[in-house]
Design a protein around this ligand. Structure first.
Ligand SMILES: Cc1cc2nc3c(=O)[nH]c(=O)nc-3n(C[C@H](O)[C@H](O)[C@H](O)COP(=O)(O)OP(=O)(O)OC[C@H]3O[C@@H](n4cnc5c(N)ncnc54)[C@H](O)[C@@H]3O)c2cc1C
Length: 429
């Protein structure tokens, strides 16, 4: 088994040259993941002089490491959303979540990105009877309030969707899609360069301070490779948000998520496990998510350890996830695991995506495991805002909470307790 991101062996990233930073730009984008790349593409196509500053390499963060599930909906269920924001605002948020999938599909088509994008739909499976009972209620609210069809699948028909009999039923959304995330990140990187923006890899932003130049307000940005001045800053650092943007760091909890992939499966077995090739996740808080890869491996992920990825958490996760996978699919008892890796998710304290301005800098983050589609969409919407448009973005301006009593400065000491709390919730709910 290799402790390595499987997707990286399937994608070729554009090469960037090590050259000096420009002295001044219109917009400096921090982070070369889906958020930053999508924003840079839109801004450069609008004629702005843009740089993307990335401390590692293009797509290095969560964007090349994820499950490639392009999902409708948000982390929180619709009833919870309605109780937090009211019907009308939730309707706009839900419509935006559907639009995110079209946004990804459109960019892939416009840029001819080869990343196995397919509208295969997603399947959520119920780990308890009461979770299944809730599906019918959710589907009814979503059909009535948002005019969107979800299909509830009774246990007796679940075999048409999944080759596992441990679940109490399921719910399908045909609008969701799947893709190869590293292929998509690489393609977005190429699109950004083609649009005329510059990507600087191995360039860590260390400090950002206000500085006016020739009467124009802006920012002095200090990086590991020198300084530059930008009229505007857009932060797209998600789960890797650090000290350079302390106000955001305090609002984001970095949470590890881990994935194993098996060896390539025989065609008949792959078909038995996932006859409709759906993107699948279960109804727990401490959830599993899984799918077939385009070359027919089972990709199986979960929050096997709450801490972000390091050698230890990755190693431990391989066993935990393999056991979880066999619980779901006993057919895979003798199947070899070829790859294991991890990455960091970005959770806000209210589990909602957030976008807007903080301390005068633009940002979008907090995707809570739903970032493939939402990050792409937020990058584009925020770029339109920076370019002077007034795009509808229902995630701007919603309350963006910090830890209660200010008990968090960016070091997530409470993660072991949060992990236990989620396990406890799964046990009682
Ligand atoms: C294991 C895993 C599985 C997932 N599965 C799914 C899924 O199936 N579907 C889904 O929708 N979402 C999934 N997600 C979430 C999704 O991948 C993310 O929400 C999304 O990729 C976030 O994109 P981003 O561009 O905002 O952040 P990232 O891709 O994390 O990029 C942030 C970048 O910022 C850079 N950076 C940070 N600080 C600095 C600095 N100071 N200077 C310069 N650069 C900096 C980092 O190096 C990094 O490359 C998963 C995440 C993980 C980790």
């Amino acid at each position: 088994m290799q402790e390595h991101n499987y997707w990286l062996i399937t994608a070729e990233f554009p090469k960037t040259e090590m050259r000096p930073l420009p002295s001044a730009v219109d917009v400096a984008v921090i982070g070369a993941g889906f958020t930053g790349l999508s924003a840079a593409r839109t801004l450069a196509r609008r004629g702005a002089k843009v740089v993307v500053l990335e401390s590692e390499t293009i797509g290095w963060g969560a964007s090349s490491r994820n499950g490639g599930m392009v999902l409708t909906g948000l982390k929180l269920g619709v009833n919870k959303l309605i109780s937090m924001y009211g019907r009308e605002h939730t309707r706009r948020m839900y419509a935006a979540s559907l639009e995110t999938i079209d946004c990804v599909e459109r960019i892939i088509r416009e840029e001819a990105i080869g990343c196995d994008f397919s509208r295969c739909g997603h399947l959520e499976v119920a780990c308890k009877q009461k979770h299944f009972d809730d599906y019918a209620r959710q589907a009814e609210v979503i059909a009535r309030e948002f005019n969107h069809e979800l299909r509830v699948i009774q246990k007796k028909h679940l075999g048409e969707e999944i080759g596992s009999n441990i679940y109490y039923g399921g719910m399908v959304d045909e609008i969701s899609a799947g893709l190869n995330p590293a292929g998509y990140a690489a393609g977005l990187g190429r699109a950004v360069i083609k649009a005329g923006a510059d990507i600087f890899e191995r360039t860590r932003v260390e400090n950002i301070e206000r500085e006016s130049r020739r009467g124009e307000s802006g920012w002095k940005i200090s990086t590991s490779r020198g300084e530059l001045w930008a009229h505007e800053v857009f932060v797209g650092t998600s789960g890797y948000t650090g000290k350079a943007t302390p106000a955001l760091q305090k609002k984001i909890i970095p949470i590890g998520s881990f994935i194993v992939t098996t060896e390539v499966l025989p065609e008949a077995l792959a078909h038995e496990l996932s006859p409709r090739n759906r993107m699948i996740y279960d109804s727990k808080n401490y959830l599993y998510y899984y799918r077939l890869t385009p070359d027919r491996r089972m990709l199986f992920g979960g929050r096997a350890a709450f801490f972000p990825e390091n050698d230890q958490t990755i190693h431990r996760s391989a066993d935990i996830l393999q056991r979880g996978m066999i619980d779901v699919y006993p057919q895979l008892r003798d199947t070899k695991i070829d790859f294991v890796w991890g990455g960091t998710l970005d959770f806000a304290f209210d589990m909602m995506p957030h976008a807007g301005e903080i301390d005068g800098m633009y940002y979008a983050l907090g995707y809570a495991g739903h970032g493939v589609a939402m990050a792409t969409y937020q990058g584009e919407k925020m770029a339109e805002l920076i370019a002077g448009d007034k795009p509808d973005n229902p995630f701007i301006g919603i309350p963006f909470p910090e830890a209660p009593l200010g008990l968090y400065g960016g070091k997530p000491w409470f993660l072991p307790f949060a992990g236990m709390w989620y396990k406890f919730l799964d046990w009682v709910s």
